[in-house]
Design a protein. Structure first.
Length: 228
């Protein structure tokens, strides 16, 4: 199995946490795994033959257009102040956070992660899987290849840390997307990421109940599970 691990980190956090996490990936992921780090700021002063740095700002023009369009809209950035002709949270919202400043509606911030995945999956034809691992993930011991091989089946399109418990009958909760596998050989995977990107290009992401990457990923995965 040929695997492409991808990650990113928030600008200004390299020394805070990203350096520790990404260094641990270099040291402890299998030698056959390639590591790609998407940057929104100049490359950090950390050179290793295993790492390929990608400038997210220039590699995905659609991301730049989305962020530039909504960077001055407080609601699109998780805040509450509404501006004329700006986006609005869904009137169907319930729960404690609906009238609070919250990451749940920070579409601009989390669009970065979405477009990292879009770029990585589109440029991974020689791989079997693309695996996203959060940049603050610390690998504390060597990870054998068979760990990935057991987690990433060839007959499914996605592998993720789900929080859907049918026994609770409560509809579940959006996944923990700190670890997600994308099966490049699956016939629907390119359609999936095209549809994911399109939610931002068309602004339809703002029609959903929540706008962070995990919820949008969950929304789309449920559609694919049901219809395909």
């Amino acid at each position: 199995m040929k695997i492409k691990v991808i990650t990113s980190y928030k600008p200004g956090t390299w020394e805070t946490y990203a350096k520790r996490g990404i260094t641990s990936m270099v040291k402890r992921l299998p030698e056959d795994v390639d590591i790609f780090v998407y940057c929104e700021e100049p490359e950090p002063n950390f050179i290793d033959k295993r790492i390929m740095y990608i400038d997210l700002n220039t590699s995905e023009p659609a991301l730049f257009e989305f962020k530039n369009k909504y960077k001055n809209d407080p609601v699109a950035n998780g805040e509450l102040i509404e501006i004329p002709n700006g986006v609005r949270r869904s009137p169907k919202l319930e729960g404690l956070d609906k009238n609070k400043i919250s990451f749940l509606w920070d579409a601009v911030r989390f669009s970065n992660k979405v477009f990292c995945v879009v770029n990585a999956v589109r440029n991974a034809k020689e791989y079997d899987y693309v695996v996203w691992i959060d940049g603050d993930t610390f690998s504390f011991r060597p990870i054998p290849m068979d760990f990935f091989e057991k987690l990433l089946p060839q007959n499914t399109m996605l592998t993720y840390l789900g929080r859907e418990n049918p026994k609770l009958n409560d509809g579940g909760k959006y996944p923990e997307c700190g670890f997600v596998g994308y099966n490049i050989k699956h016939p629907e995977i390119q359609n999936f990421i095209n549809d994911w990107e399109n939610l931002y290009v068309t602004d339809n992401v703002f029609k959903l109940l929540e706008w962070h990457d995990s919820y949008v990923f969950w929304h789309l995965s449920k559609i694919y599970r049901k219809e395909k």
